[in-house]
Design a protein around this ligand. Structure first.
Ligand SMILES: C[C@@H]1N[C@@H](c2cn(-c3ccccc3)nn2)[C@H](O)[C@@H]1O
Length: 445
């Protein structure tokens, strides 16, 4: 039996409302990390700084005062939210999460509660408002990223050791609530909030506040989607409360990692957020290590959807507001694939087929069709398909060409579908129309 909790999960099971059903259907999302850190782009005094570019302020090599002075250089003359939204639309993006304030405390909106905003920069204009309008105009829902941890605010504390720490942190919690109220009031079409920077002891000790804050925000904006990274329970547990129940509308632990098995998902709603290079979210002039190709990204996308999750790809615009070539190309290549194969991703989820080595199955919630997203083509070009009980394959076609592919029965429920030969640039998707056995008998008569 469960431990009595006042500030643990208040709901058992997933949300059943239409806003959350809409969230589940997104499939593909875009994350954008943009702020002062994009100006140095991972370098300081001409030298590369190790670690994530958006964390450079916390590097020993950087004087925080000097970092904060970057505000006088924020003048993104190439910032064009209409072009940003069009690139996202052409990529096939259904929702976007945009950094309003990262850990450095710099606000991309004209906050009344801070002197460290775009209004105190040469730019002197709201960045968020035209962004929300441009993306909404393209039919893309907007989610706002907000870091609770705020290195610039003198009232931020990592740990509450003394009475004065608690007095300062109480001011900080009020400041946080005020800024979030601003964001939901200034940008009323916001569909959700993506919280970060909640791993420190001070926040783990603020379970009651985090619970009251979430309830306040949802009262202010009914239907708002908030992941599990905001909350702590009164015992300092995060994501899952002391009774192992998820606090939040979806599991927000999947940062740069994808569940190995469906079992690991534990039936929760979830999304994976992913960087193109290794661990860099903000613009870094030097991408070291592995940079993912569009096929690798499409595989991650299909993998997530096959396990009932969404996949969110991060972009890090430069300090001037332009995107780097690699990201522009990736958005185009992904968009070309989504234009042909989107029905295997949008409003799709886990199928009732057993996973095979050649790739991932997804099942559309609208068409009821099952899709085979093929990455690892066998040397035989023969794809094993184990058809679930009392179902039969009525048709098997290549998406795009609509080419009917040969289906060969092996034995029992095991079949082969033969892929046409030839080298493919991007993953192939086969659309399976299934019917139940008895339906098939009717058809056979
Ligand atoms: C979405 C991503 N989350 C931020 C992050 C999270 N972490 C982090 C810090 C401590 C433990 C685990 C993860 N470090 N950076 C990154 O800066 C980016 O914003």
């Amino acid at each position: 039996d469960s431990i009595p909790l006042r500030h643990g999960a208040h709901r058992i099971g997933n949300r059943t409302d239409s806003d959350m059903a809409h969230w589940r259907d997104y499939g593909l999302g875009q994350f954008i990390h943009w702020g002062l850190y994009a100006i140095p782009g991972g370098f300081w005094h001409g030298q590369p700084v190790n670690g994530a570019a958006e964390w450079i302020r916390s590097s020993k090599k950087v004087d925080p005062k000097e970092y904060d002075a970057l505000i006088s250089q924020f003048n993104p003359v190439k910032y064009d939210p209409v072009a940003w939204a069009l690139m996202a639309k052409n990529m096939g993006t259904k929702y976007v999460t945009f950094t309003t304030k990262h850990h450095d405390g710099f606000c991309l909106w004209p906050s009344k509660y801070s002197d460290f905003t775009i209004m105190q920069s040469p730019w002197k204009k709201d960045i968020i408002k035209p962004f929300v309008e441009a993306y909404n105009k393209q039919g893309i829902d907007v989610y706002l990223y907000f870091s609770i941890m705020d290195w610039h605010n003198p009232d931020w504390r990592y740990e509450l050791k003394t009475k004065s720490d608690s007095v300062a942190f109480d001011r900080f919690k009020e400041f946080t609530k005020n800024q979030l109220t601003e964001l939901l009031t200034l940008y009323p079409t916001t569909k959700g909030l993506w919280f970060d920077g909640t791993w420190d002891k001070s926040w783990k000790a603020s379970g009651a506040f985090s619970d009251e804050l979430e309830q306040y925000l949802k009262k202010l904006r009914p239907g708002l989607v908030i992941g599990s990274r905001l909350r702590a329970d009164e015992k300092g547990n995060r994501h899952l409360d002391a009774n192992g129940r998820l606090m939040g509308d979806y599991h927000q632990v999947w940062e740069r990692k994808i569940p190995e098995t469906i079992a690991e998902v534990k039936g929760y709603d979830w999304e994976c957020v992913m960087t193109v290079p290794e661990n860099q979210w903000g613009y870094n002039a030097r991408w070291s290590g592995h940079v993912k190709s569009s096929s690798e990204i499409i595989e991650m996308l299909a993998n997530c959807v096959s396990k009932g999750g969404n996949f969110v790809l991060n972009f890090g615009p430069k300090g001037d507001g332009s995107f780097r070539e690699e990201e522009i190309r990736l958005a185009k290549e992904i968009g070309n694939w989504m234009a042909v194969n989107g029905e295997a991703i949008y409003a799709a989820g886990q199928s009732d087929f057993r996973k095979e080595d050649w790739g991932y199955y997804t099942k559309s919630k609208t068409s009821g069709k099952t899709y085979m997203v093929v990455f690892n083509t066998p040397v035989t070009n023969m794809l094993k398909v184990n058809i679930p009980k009392n179902q039969k394959i009525a048709s098997q076609k290549l998406l795009g060409s609509k080419q009917v592919l040969p289906l060969e029965h092996i034995e029992g429920r095991m079949h082969y579908i033969r892929l046409p030969g030839g080298v493919r640039q991007q993953p192939a998707v086969i659309e399976l129309q299934l019917i139940s056995d008895d339906q098939k008998k009717e058809l056979d008569v």
